[in-house]
Design a protein around this ligand. Structure first.
Ligand SMILES: Cc1cc2nc3c(=O)[nH]c(=O)nc-3n(C[C@H](O)[C@H](O)[C@H](O)COP(=O)(O)OP(=O)(O)OC[C@H]3O[C@@H](n4cnc5c(N)ncnc54)[C@H](O)[C@@H]3O)c2cc1C
Length: 382
């Protein structure tokens, strides 16, 4: 009997864990392949510390080619189209067929949605983060604005965390009294997804550090010289550095396929993460899994957890073993308050009775755990 073909689209947090988990439970007759156009993805979670020089740019990536050691084939190429009725995927390096498909293509950025944003600063991808790092290394005084456009965006704590890290770094450099830091967010309050109490505590933490927080103020435009930002509440502000969090959207290839059904993000069965097509799964930032008044946050820990679950499900179907427990929506993100202390925020997002989440205090051991997480990511443990 010939083996099954498991095709994983995207080698980020979700895709890698789906491939590793499926591979670990299947014999060698089955093929597990990952396709990604980017051979060396970077860990975005390092960017808030990377922009202030607290992480090395040459230690922020991992090569998908190393997955060959684990019996997983890596194909470097662009995914052009997904045909679920014909069970094939067209890529820039050829057409691949499959028996099981995992779509883990993440969220794309719509830089055009906020005029001027693409020419301003950001820390939402590696190249932008490196550019901002160079700019910050030269600043001695002035105003820094971090401005998110609209939800959902990856890692909701990231704008708040980044403001606190810049505060810590500016103090360390002795320039804090000459630097103003403001965060503009589109939501009515910070970290709403983690509940009211966590939201109030983050507000207080920003306040104590002299960081201005402006809510219900998504950025709508940045002037061509990158020095003035306008917001959805009608206000505008001038700054020396404006760093935006871009509008997130479903990748075009996924939008054009029939798995999206015209929705903004791929709807999935919340227990199995399967799309409306059998044996086609969508995991991580590309999907939407409702959780109370919100959805499971777009974060690597959830993408990785969903990858593990889908890997288990595929292996159980191929091996004819019992279907695994339903997906539980469990996950914690780190939220650094400085280069030395990190909190965690998260919990069980699919708990009966609604999301059960908690924000811990920032601690030195929290930062040690964050550093371990970064090492684990580089060695494909997460
Ligand atoms: C500043 C910042 C801080 C963050 N901090 C944290 C944190 O502390 N903790 C946390 O858990 N998460 C954090 N995140 C979020 C985390 O990075 C994402 O949620 C996570 O990467 C999503 O995983 P994914 O597998 O769904 O998609 P991704 O990791 O985005 O992977 C998608 C992959 O698909 C590939 N791809 C896309 N389209 C195509 C195509 N057409 N052809 C070929 N390849 C394609 C891409 O190259 C990419 O490698 C942070 C994000 C940012 C920006």
């Amino acid at each position: 009997m010939t083996g099954s073909k498991i095709l994983v689209l995207g080698g980020g947090f979700g895709g890698v864990q789906a491939a590793i988990e499926a591979r670990a439970s299947l014999d060698a007759s089955h093929e597990v392949t990952i396709v990604d156009r980017n051979r060396v993805p970077h860990l975005c979670g390092m960017n808030p510390l990377l922009i202030v020089g607290e992480r090395d740019t040459d230690k922020a990536g991992r090569s998908l080619g190393r997955l060959a050691n684990r019996g997983i084939s890596y194909v470097e190429g662009n995914i052009d189209s997904i045909d679920t009725s014909g069970q094939k995927v067209v890529t820039s390096v050829g057409t691949l067929d499959y028996d099981y498909l995992v779509i883990a293509l993440g969220a794309a950025y719509d830089w055009d949605a906020v005029p001027g944003a693409s020419d301003a600063y950001s820390f939402y991808d590696f190249d932008y983060a490196r550019h901002l790092r160079r700019r910050l290394s030269r600043i001695k005084r002035g105003r820094i604005v971090i401005a998110a456009a609209k939800p959902p965006y990856k890692c909701p704590p990231a704008p708040l965390e980044t403001a606190m890290i810049i505060n810590w770094w500016a103090r360390k450099k002795g320039i804090r009294k000459d630097i103003d830091i403001s965060v503009y967010i589109p939501e009515p309050g910070p970290l709403g997804v983690a509940g009211k109490e966590a939201s109030m505590r983050v507000r207080a933490a920003l306040d104590r550090r002299g960081i201005e927080l402006v809510t219900a103020a998504g950025v709508t435009e940045v002037s061509p010289n990158g020095r003035e930002a306008s917001f959805a509440n009608g206000s505008s502000t001038i700054a020396d550095i404006i760093a935006t969090i871009p509008v997130h959207k479903i990748p075009d290839t996924v939008a054009a396929s029939d798995v999206a059904n015209g929705k903004p993000w791929v709807p999935v069965n919340r227990e199995t993460l399967e799309t409306t097509t059998a044996n086609v799964f969508a995991i991580g930032d590309v999907n939407v899994v409702p959780s109370g008044d919100f959805a499971i946050p777009k974060a690597g820990v959830f993408a990785a957890g969903q990858g593990v679950k889908v890997g288990e499900i595929i292996a159980s179907r191929i091996n004819g073993s019992a279907e695994p427990e339903p997906y539980d929506g469990l996950g914690f993100c780190f939220m650094a308050y400085s280069g030395g202390r990190s909190a965690t925020v998260g919990g069980e997002f699919l708990a009966e009775g609604g999301p059960d989440t908690v924000l811990t205090e920032p601690t030195v051991s929290g930062m040690k755990s964050k550093e371990r997480f970064e090492r684990d990511w580089r060695s494909f443990k997460i």
